[in-house]
Ligand binder design. Sequence first.
Ligand code: FES
Length: 117
Amino acid sequence: MASHLVTTLEVLEEAKPSVHTVEGRSIGIIKSKGEIYAVRNVCPHKRAPVCQGQLRGTMLPSAPNTFVFGMENEVLRCPWHGWEFNLTTGETICDGLSKKLTFFPVTIKDGAVYVEI
Ligand code: FES
């Protein structure tokens, strides 16, 4: 496994995926709520460039007739068919779907963002 410099913290915008090619792989670097994620830019559904989707929140489980919004900037929505993924776990928001996002390890050093591949 090798470490690759892909970007810096200074240029990353909150909840705006930044897509880079590392060793021939398209990887989205995503800053959300103080965390940095490196996500394989391939949707596990039909292989769309999932990091071209939007980060948003979702409605949380709640009592009937009660609407609770949460997970703001922690839900990555695929631009093709709208599948939504929990950015912190890679799992789909809907129950019963076993496909997940693929993450790469991230290291931050002196404001630089490195991805391990
Ligand atoms: S390819 Fe991503 S939801 Fe279908």
